[in-house]
Design a protein around this ligand. Structure first.
Ligand code: 13P
Length: 250
C-alpha cells in the first residue's frame, strides 16, 4: 500500500498571520513520523515563509497551480521552478476551481504536471465530475477522459498523485458516499493499471470534497483511498490534525 498523504488546500485563504495555524500543525507532528505524509498547499505568497516555518518538522508545503512554461512573458504566473525554489515539494494541478475560473483544459493540466515533475515537484492531478455529469450517468466517461488527458506522458507511478474531487462535494458539506468513492477510485486505479501495469499500485489516489474530522475515518478506509485533499477543514489546525490522527490509525 502506498504511503498515505494528508494534504490541505488553503485555496485563496491565508495571510502571514495565519502561519500560526501551519506552525501549530508542524509542532504537533511527531518528528519521527513517516506515515502519513502531511502537506499544506498554501497561497503562493506564503510558500517561502511556510517552508521556513515548517523546517525541521515532517510537514511539507505545496503550491496550488503553476504555469506550464519554465519562464517568460506570462505576467502574473508562476513557474514550477519558482514554487520549488520557494520551498514547495508538491503542487496541485487541475483543481476544478481552476478548470472553471481560468478555463484550464486537461491538456493544459498535463503540461503543468509535466512542468512540475521536471522541476522536481510532485503534482497532485485533480479530476472529478460535476453534479450534472453525475446525474446524466457520465461519471466514468468524465473521469476516464480527465485521467487520459491530464496525466502527462512524462509521468511515472512514483512521480505524481491523483485526487478524485467530485465537484458537487467541494465546499458543500455534501460528501460522496463510500460506494461512490470506491467506484471512482477503483476506476482510477484500473485506468492507471491499464497504462502503467502493476506499478500503478504505487500511485496515491486522494479523496477530496467536504472531508472533515467526522467523516475522515470512514472515507480513509475505502479501498483505493490513499489519503485526502482537504479544503475548509485544513484551515483549522485542530480539524486538520484530527484528520491526520484518523489517517495514522488506519
Ligand atoms: P472542501 O474540503 O472545502 O470541500 O474542499 C475540497 C477541495 O477542493 C480540496 O482541494
Amino acid at each position: 500500500m502506498p504511503r498515505t498523504l494528508i494534504a490541505g488546500n488553503w485555496k485563496m485563504n491565508g495571510l502571514r498571520a495565519d502561519l500560526s495555524t501551519l506552525k501549530e500543525v508542524a509542532a504537533a507532528l511527531p518528528p519521527d513520523q513517516d506515515n502519513p505524509e502531511v502537506l499544506l498547499c498554501v497561497p503562493a505568497t506564503l510558500i517561502a515563509s511556510a517552508a521556513d516555518a515548517a523546517a525541521g518538522s515532517p510537514l511539507r508545503v505545496g503550491g496550488q497551480a503553476c504555469h506550464a512554461k519554465e519562464k517568460g512573458a506570462h505576467t502574473g504566473d508562476l513557474s514550477a521552478a519558482m514554487l520549488k525554489d520557494a520551498g514547495a515539494s508538491h503542487v496541485i494541478v487541475g483543481h476544478s476551481e481552476r478548470r472553471a475560473d481560468h478555463g484550464e483544459t486537461s491538456a493544459f493540466v498535463a503540461e503543468q504536471a509535466a512542468a512540475a515533475i521536471k522541476a522536481g515537484l510532485t503534482p497532485i492531478i485533480c479530476v472529478g465530475e460535476t453534479l450534472a455529469e453525475r446525474e446524466q450517468g457520465q461519471v466514468s466517461d468524465v473521469i476516464s477522459r480527465q485521467i487520459a488527458e491530464s496525466v502527462p506522458a512524462e509521468a511515472q507511478p512514483g512521480s505524481f498523485v491523483v485526487a478524485y474531487e467530485p465537484v458537487w462535494a467541494i465546499g458543500t458539506g455534501r460528501v460522496a458516499g463510500p460506494e461512490q468513492i470506491a467506484e471512482a477510485h477503483g476506476l482510477i486505479r484500473k485506468l492507471l493499471t491499464d497504462r502503467f501495469g502493476a506499478a500503478a499500485s504505487e500511485v496515491r489516489i486522494l479523496y477530496g470534497g467536504s472531508m472533515n474530522p467526522a467523516n475522515a475515518s470512514e472515507i480513509l478506509q475505502v479501498e483505493n483511498v490513499n489519503g485526502g485533499l482537504i479544503g475548509g477543514a485544513s484551515l483549522k489546525a485542530a480539524d486538520f490534525l484530527s484528520i491526520y490522527t484518523a489517517a495514522s490509525a488506519r
